[in-house]
Ligand binder design. Structure first.
Ligand code: XIL
Length: 377
């Protein structure tokens, strides 16, 4: 009597297990179908390498057709320790920018003692995958070692320190790093005046021209940029930056263009892209390149599907403005995965700012970037 009962209950368990598995499979299929229908669940989609059709084409391949570099800032530690990070980086991006590894505090923490280890790791990966590198910033008011920030330099001492640093760093990567952010954030928040920093205090505003000249001496082929934030729209800061760049050019300073950081903080909901396009055209008309150097968009956590969809539309619009602009050679995201993004520490409560989620699944922002690169025009 026991045995049949045992068999019956064993089979019942198998049937029940099969039913539960079937129900689970149905739920999974419905969730996938639902998220892809709503367009808001691309964060749940598989990585592009497993997609088929046009969605499988990597961003860098799409960007090459538009004669544009699609870039990302990279975390040089993740680069060595995370294989999946390296794979997506290699597949998707044609330009990389060391997020921190070529900054002053990382490269010359003591006067004259250079450490190129982080930058060299980035360059090795870029070489392996045929990627361009944008380095820098060479001169900034932030992420400087104490001997620089607290330096009580005479004008000559400050110029000598700039010479050593720029020649040391740009010289090391001569012919390898193709473009540099030479001066970062030279203007204050409203653009009304120069931002205070040790170079302005010890040299005066011509520290900017001096830095560009030193970078050009160290690598005459490198493309040199002035970079700032809040310069994506017409306005006093943007005007001032263009005037500054044109003034430098008129003095024969080798500046190729402007970099616009384009961090979108705290859930800005809409941006007037006709103004952004207009701005890009005005910069080109002035004879300058305009690169988007640091795009990301922090959203309030936990991110909702509609936030991510909005982020995707913004990415698409912005990259489309760049694609259709006369002189927008590069579009760089400030980190490509939410696993390594500066936004949560910069603006607590916000995050999910990049095109891939923490598991390296593409989000609507990835789809937006791809759509902009595929769009006609
Ligand atoms: C940020 C990095 O992403 C952080 O890891 C670091 O702690 C601070 O700097 N504008 C710039 C970038 O030009 O260099 C900054 O990068 C982000 C703002």
């Amino acid at each position: 009597m026991m045995r049949p009962q045992f068999r019956w209950s064993h089979e019942r368990r198998r049937v029940l297990t099969a039913l539960v598995l079937a129900a689970l499979a149905l739920v999974v299929v419905q969730v996938v179908a639902c998220t892809s229908r709503s367009g808001s669940g691309a964060s749940k989609a598989p990585p592009p390498s497993t997609l088929t059709g046009p969605a499988a084409i990597p961003l860098r391949q799409l960007a090459a057709r538009r004669h544009l570099e699609i870039g990302t800032a990279v975390d040089d530690v993740a680069l060595t320790s995370e294989a999946d990070y390296r794979t997506v980086l290699a597949d998707q991006f044609s330009l990389i920018q060391p997020e921190n590894a070529m900054k002053w505090d990382a490269t010359e923490s003591q006067p004259g003692h250079f450490d190129f280890s982080g930058g060299d790791r980035v360059v090795a990966v870029a070489r392996q995958h045929g990627q361009a590198v944008m380095g820098g910033p060479l001169v900034w008011y932030f992420q400087d070692p104490p001997w620089v920030d607290g330096g009580n330099f005479s004008r000559d001492q400050a110029i000598a320190a700039l010479w050593d640093h720029i020649h040391g760093l740009v010289g090391h990567y001569r012919g390898v790093v193709r473009s540099w952010i030479v001066v970062n954030e030279a203007l204050d928040d409203g653009g009304g005046s120069y931002r205070d920093n040790v170079w302005l205090r010890s040299i005066g505003p011509d520290y900017i021209a001096i830095a560009f000249r030193f970078a050009h001496e160290a690598d005459p082929a490198a493309k040199l940029y002035l970079n700032d934030f809040d310069v994506q729209m017409p306005g006093p800061k943007t005007d001032r930056m263009i005037q500054m760049a044109l003034g430098l050019k008129a003095q024969g300073v080798p500046i190729l263009g402007l970099g616009s950081q384009f961090h979108v903080f705290r859930g800005i909901t809409s941006i007037d892209f006709s103004k952004v396009s207009l701005q890009m055209r005005q910069v080109a008309d002035a004879g300058l390149d305009y690169a988007v150097t640091e795009w990301d968009m922090g959203v309030a956590l936990p991110a909702t599907p509609s936030d991510l969809a909005r982020q995707g539309r913004l990415a698409e619009d912005l990259l489309r403005a760049c694609v259709t602009a006369p002189r927008c050679p590069a579009f760089i995201v400030w980190g490509f995965t939410d696993r390594h993004s500066w936004i949560p520490s910069q603006t607590p409560g916000y995050g999910a700012a990049t095109p891939y989620d923490e598991q390296l699944r593409p989000k609507p922002a990835w789809a937006g970037l791809a759509a902009a690169l595929r769009a006609p025009g």
